[in-house]
Design a protein around this ligand. Sequence first.
Ligand code: IMP
Ligand code: ZN
Length: 357
Amino acid sequence: MLELCRELPKIELHAHLNGCVRDSTLLELAKLLGATDVEDVILKKGRSLKECFQLFDLYHILTTDHAILTRITQEVIEDFASENVVYLELRTTPKKNEAKGMTKRSYMEAVIDGLRAIDTVEVAFLPAANSENLIGSLPNDITHNETQRKKIFVRLLLSIDRRETTAAAMETVNLALEMKDMGVVGIDLSGNPEVGEWQTFLPALQHAKEKGLPVTLHCGEVPNNKEIHSMLDFYPQRIGHACYLEEEHWKKLKASKIPVEICLTSNYRTERISTIKEHHFADLYNANHPVSLCTDDVGLFSTDLTKEYDLAASTFGFNKEEVFQLSRNVIKFVFADDDVKRTLAAIYDAAEKRFMP
Ligand code: IMP
Ligand code: ZN
């Protein structure tokens, strides 16, 4: 099953750039900065939610620099493409860093430079209208021919960190609107769920909604009855996690049909659940609720999308057809346009003949 999950075309909707940096790159960057005592911290496997956010502060010290952002973007895309992810929505929090002459815009431009710089993999990240490098409409050998370069669609989501102010959140939404032509397709609200108030971000999220920019929210990573209600009432295009929903939230969520980005390993590692078996994925799946398996942070949680599909298959007893369908269903929830969705459908059609001859 692991091999099949690797071969399977996959769609990743919930991956944070800085959470996906290779351990080897982090260690190299730490050494360059003269930080010799961080190896144990970076390589440690089990982490509480609190420790994860402390670690992100360390990662950001190592990576918030234009050239390094370009490099990590390149590596992260190569890694996803190498395991046959054919569409990736990569999210990242644009950051200012005066010492480096960095603005939120120049941060994002460095990320986009990373997308442009990749040549080991064929990357399509611009919307069709002004794309020089859109993948052909029938990439039927997308995952099959090992001698060909892998092909991947990449779209970007700009994250608002829960530590930010209303004005900073608004700046991020406006930047996303300005960068729609550069492959930015939506907004994410993330960051330490114990920090910040929903009301702080609402004006910016409302602005995104009014402008037709899709929104996904980290929702219910900690128990917070009122916030979860408000988030569901906001009616985002998708939510991530949904770990601490109560009965009335479940009812609201299921009635809304808002797709849920499921991060099994992340939720287990951060002790949101005590076993994978008891994860709410099973209930949502059985209720036919829209779900997509995601990694959250490949580097931080030592996982990849192949492992997440394999974990779901082994824990919940899925056969080949069910795993294939689980992956294919995700096409419906991507934020990219219908042309991309049609191309993805063609990729899955071609793959189906190989998987289920
Ligand atoms: P970045 O946005 O590329 O810097 O990716 C790291 C950031 O993503 C972190 O600083 C958090 O704000 C956010 N993040 C990553 N994983 C999680 C999570 O599990 N919950 C909430 N926020 C997260
Ligand atoms: Zn996340």
